[in-house]
Ligand binder design. Structure first.
Ligand code: AMP
Length: 303
């Protein structure tokens, strides 16, 4: 299967206790694209950038077999820009600047040649954009949804429509509480299940993730990293890797999704080692395989 990934592509400035970057390549679709490309799964990015977006970045995507055909370039407008500053604990961050720019009027138009892609990754955007994508695609097998507190708060009615059409929702613990109104994460997942998604992944940052379906739970830690330099994009890298594993195996069983979560977590552990996309865009399949083996050893025990 192949992946259609709808999300931001843009510029980031990132500040962490380890330093501050200039304007570098960022955006949710960017991280998901690099992550999926490591598993050599075809991924098509659907996004919009301005004329100021360097051609070299588009070439970089293409060099990794990330399809840029559905990235629209708007003349005379600026690319999406985000500036985030992390606190000392690296778990929380403040958004210093968000300039939506071209994203403000983003109306994705899926090219005819991409309307039959099986895996749809709905990145963190206005739910009306997510709905418009779902109206255009035809024979998809899987919709994976990412969203955030802002959309849950301000666009609830529309978001509920997207959640209804979603097969797998991937959110963090506070978002799951906000959506469900339940504090306990098991109760939260049960409530979200009644809203539509058949599978619910609740990310807990450096503490791993919980995975729920109707009557099963799977729990995984995050791969422990001694020096976390920059957590930006870890969530998007997780989703890209998760989707790519499922697409590659063409298997949507619970067991397959458990493996997909381990792949997503392992890829995310690379992402946080350097600023922005610096590390994730260079990870090799061999490095991934070595770390997957270590992950298995870390979590394996005999009674
Ligand atoms: P994450 O760390 O997973 O939240 O993703 C970080 C990426 O999301 C950055 O590279 C940003 O460019 C992008 N981003 C930041 N704010 C937004 C937003 N409001 N909507 C969509 N993407 C965003």
């Amino acid at each position: 299967m192949e992946i259609l990934s709808i999300g931001t592509i843009g510029f980031d400035i990132i500040e962490t206790p380890f330093g501050k970057t200039n304007k570098i390549l960022g955006g949710a679709a960017t991280f998901a694209g690099f992550s999926a490309s490591i598993l050599e799964v075809p991924i098509h990015l659907v996004s919009v950038v301005g004329k100021d977006f360097p051609k070299s970045y588009l070439k970089l995507f293409e060099s990794k077999n990330i399809n840029t055909e559905a990235i629209t370039i708007i003349p005379n407008e600026k690319t999406f820009f985000w500036y985030g500053k992390y606190n000392k604990d690296m778990n929380s961050r403040d958004t210093i600047v968000t300039e939506l720019n071209v994203i403000k009027n983003f109306k994705p138009k899926i090219p005819e040649s991409l309307k039959n892609i099986e895996v749809i990754l709905l990145g963190n955007l206005h739910p009306s954009i997510q709905l418009s994508v779902l109206k255009q695609v035809k024979n998809f097998k899987l919709v994976i949804l990412d969203t955030m507190n802002f959309w849950i708060h301000y666009t609830w009615d529309l978001l509920i429509e997207v959640i209804k059409k979603t097969y797998i929702i991937i959110i963090n613990d506070s978002e799951s509480r906000q959506i469900s109104g339940e504090y306990n994460l098991i109760k939260a997942a049960k409530k979200i299940y009644t809203m539509g998604p058949k599978f619910i992944i609740i990310k807990k940052g450096e503490h791993g993730a919980l995975f729920f379906t109707k009557d099963k739970i799977f729990v995984t830690p995050a791969f422990p990293i001694e020096e976390v330099c920059d957590p930006t994009g870890a969530g998007d890298t997780f989703i890209g890797g998760f989707a790519a594993y499922l697409a590659k195996k063409n298997d949507l069983s619970f067991e397959s999704m458990k493996n997909a979560i381990i792949y997503g977590s392992t890829l995310a552990s690379f992402c946080v080692e350097k600023f922005g996309t610096e590390r994730i865009q260079k990870v090799t399949k061999n490095e991934l395989d070595i770390r997957l083996k270590k992950f298995k050893l870390l979590t394996n025990f005999n009674f």
